[in-house]
Design a protein around this ligand. Structure first.
Ligand code: FES
Length: 83
């Protein structure tokens, strides 16, 4: 069975595993992924050639910055795989 094509507004972040940016964000927000490895476990993004790891880290950092703005500072920005 062929997977449905992603919505046009949803960018493919991981070309190896065909994972969209919104799915990675969902892994970070819904599944509390705090490292590239956590994202891999949640949605498999980054489990291939690793070319997308920088973009995954950027999303992790953005989520962490957003979280620290909304709440007391946490150590999520220093988690392995984020920095
Ligand atoms: S592009 Fe994500 S692992 Fe290759």
């Amino acid at each position: 069975m062929i997977a449905p094509a992603p919505k046009s507004e949803d960018n493919i972040l991981c070309r190896c595993l065909k994972v969209t940016e919104s799915r990675v964000v969902e892994a970070i927000v819904r599944d509390s992924a705090s490292s590239v490895r956590d994202v891999q476990r949640s949605c498999e993004a980054g489990a291939g050639c690793m070319a997308c790891h920088r973009r995954i880290r950027a999303l992790l950092e953005a989520a962490c910055e957003s979280a620290t703005r909304e709440a007391a500072p946490t150590s999520c920005c220093t988690a392995p795989g984020v920095a």
